[in-house]
Design a protein around this ligand. Sequence first.
Ligand code: G
Ligand code: G
Ligand code: MN
Length: 255
Amino acid sequence: RQVTLDLRSALADSQFELHYQPIVDLKTGKIARAEALLRWRHPQRGMLAPAEFLACAEAGGLMVEIGDWVFRQAARQARAWQDELGPGFKVGINQSAAQFRGDTALYVGWLTYTAELGLAPRNLVIELGEGVLLDPGSQVAGRVRELREMGLQVALDNFGTGYSSLAHLKHFGIDLLKLDRSFIGRLESDSGDLAMCEALIVMAHKLGLRVVAEGVETAAQSGLLAMAGCDFAQGHVYARPMPAAELSALSRRGV
Ligand code: G
Ligand code: G
Ligand code: MN
């Protein structure tokens, strides 16, 4: 298929790039982390977001190669930010189920790579959606444990959508809970959503997880989340995804 061919040349010709969305520490108001988001600078169609090509990559069997590229690229950036923005600056990396089927040789490679870079593995946070945790082919519980034994952190992404189950939080050892933006959008208008967020934050903290609110679009939402004890937030009210150099500048200037 044409798109699959295009995707292959995208990998070969470095047409992929990563943008980074700042994640703000709600206690200090400073940028403490970032999430890496994949973009495809298509020679004819311009800049494409993942929704426009990841399904084709999946169908074409390219997800592992892309996931590996994303990991390495994000790890190099995290290494630079470790010096530039502080030793604890963390970078979130989205990964798909494909990455966790088959053998583990791939992330053994990741560990070697972080060591070569001189990057602390805990500065990388592997973001997994619940679809990944439930993937029948991938024995993910064991894989999540292996990632954490390597010193990487693991986040449960888009929590509150789909098959979200509180049991996942306990069953899979996880470091970070990312509350889906579908909760956050109605925080001001829906007292039920606010109650859910507050309770999830308390529960996550009791289980030793930290919490990121996604899709924060207003100062009022940010305030409610800070009052609820939420640790971090990301969303358009702070900043959109941007090239790494812009994030460095913004971080020095402050959001
Ligand atoms: O910013 P945005 O439109 O880019 O992201 C859309 C979706 O694509 C998000 O749900 C995100 O999890 C997913 N996504 C972004 N970057 C990557 C990536 O590098 N790998 C995978 N597997 N998914 C990604
Ligand atoms: O699913 P995941 O959380 O990995 O992907 C993040 C997606 O959310 C990206 O597509 C990103 O561009 C988008 N996003 C980031 N901040 C906001 C926001 O404040 N509002 C909305 N609607 N989308 C956001
Ligand atoms: Mn994510």
